[in-house]
Design a protein around this ligand. Structure first.
Ligand code: URA
Length: 434
């Protein structure tokens, strides 16, 4: 029996101390096996949020989360006699960040194999699994055997982390409802425990910067990227990161099914410029990290091969490919439109305000395990810098529960403006960290 107990571990961090390796290993294991209560872990997470962690503590916390479950290994898999070019991407969380949906099929079409353990919505940010599950029949709860089969047959699987880093599954859900998401050590360990356990060989991180990112400043996002790249490298994973702008939402849709619809537009060779640009920038990084050269990811969007791969992926995971249209995917039964008070140019649209508004519409959770509304979301009719005529629609909000409009509109209020001057433009890809 361990001599450690939760109140003592919590007190060490509450008072600004450094957790011992033994305390970290114990608390992660005990929480995973329900010997530490949610209330106690919530208190510890809040203490970590407020006090931070040393680099050594983050490394040990991450290793303990990896050891809480199994570690997948695909190195034995072959396609046409050759080992798979295993490569994945993970975002630190954004608003309108549907990039995984077009990106995975682009990389599949270029010859990569993507084992993607994806997450559900966290805080004001959306989750890839909540978006994909809006496709009727699609399931992310697939077995290891199926993941291996899909990687060999079609080159990708997008799955709920399941038995990978189960400590993260519990802590992630708890952070989502206890105001403890925006913490560098907790984000770094959450992302990297899943990604190290999932069995990829190379990893590209999309580390967000700006109001819609979890961390407030560019300096903190840089530190997060550096921390994650170092954690991956220490565990033998070829890891690199792009720092990308998340001060305005990506694309023109934010929510669940509405983001799938926009992803389909990208896969058809259209879609918003920023979504296409980031998809291709990340695809190039992934292909480079996987050692695949001589292919142009943009061509896979033009020639429809990425769309074909997406259909294969959806079908392999039980999804109805016949519903991959704007008409067939769910859309909230009620809508509310925000119109322009006057003419001019659309100014900045605050990603955090939009993320919170969409969360209030029902696209995310306020209690663990809550069902999200697949049809909840927002269309952004005018992006920053676009001309606006007085009275025209700027935002359309969708939900199945109309009493959510008032709080959602409250979040959006003050998060956008129409003025005489165009807003300052920012590069989408800010830096590359290796
Ligand atoms: N993605 C994760 O998996 N975890 C976080 O904490 C943030 C983004």
């Amino acid at each position: 029996m361990s001599h450690l107990d939760a109140p003592s571990v919590i007190r060490v961090k509450r008072d600004g101390g450094v957790l011992s390796n033994e305390a970290i290993d114990w608390v992660i294991d005990a929480y995973t096996h329900d010997r530490v209560a949610d209330a106690q872990m919530s208190a510890l997470l809040m203490a970590i949020f407020l006090r931070g962690m040393t680099t050594a503590e983050i490394a040990r916390w991450t290793a303990a989360m990896i050891d809480s479950g199994e570690r997948l290994d695909f190195t034995d898999l072959r396609r046409d006699g050759a080992p798979l070019a295993l490569v994945d991407k993970h975002s630190t969380g954004g608003v309108g960040d549907k990039i995984t949906i077009p990106l995975v099929p682009v990389v599949m079409a270029c010859g990569g194999a993507v084992p993607q353990a994806a997450g559900r919505g966290l805080g004001h940010t959306g989750g890839t699994l909540d978006k994909l599950e809006s496709i009727p029949g699609f399931t992310a709860e697939i077995t290891k055997t199926q993941i291996r089969q899909q990687l060999c047959d079609i080159g990708a699987a997008i799955f709920a982390a399941g038995e990978l880093a189960p400590a993260d599954r519990k802590i992630y859900a708890l952070r989502d409802v206890t105001g403890t998401t925006e913490s560098l050590p907790l984000i770094a360990s959450s992302v990297m425990s899943k990604k190290i356990a999932e069995g990829t060989r190379a990893l590209v991180l999309d580390c967000k910067v700006g109001s819609g990112a979890f961390l407030a400043t560019e300096a903190e996002s840089r530190e997060l990227a550096r921390t994650m790249v170092d954690l991956g490298t220490e565990h033998g994973l070829l890891t690199r990161a792009l720092l990308t702008d998340m001060s305005v939402p990506l694309g023109r849709t934010v929510g669940n099914a509405v983001e799938v619809v926009e992803s389909l537009e990208v896969l058809e060779g259209g879609g918003p410029e920023d979504v296409v640009e980031l998809t291709l920038a990340l695809a190039r990084e992934m292909l480079d990290a996987a050692g695949i050269d001589g292919v142009d990811p943009a061509q896979t969007l033009r020639d429809g091969s990425a769309m074909d791969r997406f259909r294969e992926l959806v079908a392999a995971q039980g999804g109805d490919v016949g519903s991959l249209t704007a008409e067939a995917l769910p859309l909230g039964a009620h809508k509310e439109t925000v119109t322009a008070p006057g003419g001019g140019t659309m100014g900045d649209i605050d990603a955090m305000a939009v993320g919170l508004a969409v969360w209030r519409l029902g696209a995310g959770r306020s209690e663990p395990g809550q069902r999200v509304q697949f049809g909840a979301g927002m269309r952004i009719h005018r992006r920053p810098g676009e001309p606006v005529a007085a009275g025209e629609p700027l935002f359309t909000l969708y939900t199945d529960t109309p009493d959510r409009f008032a709080p959602a509109l409250g979040e959006l209020d003050g998060g956008w403006s129409v003025g005489a001057e165009p807003p300052t433009t920012r590069p989408l890809v800010i830096d590359r960290i290796m």
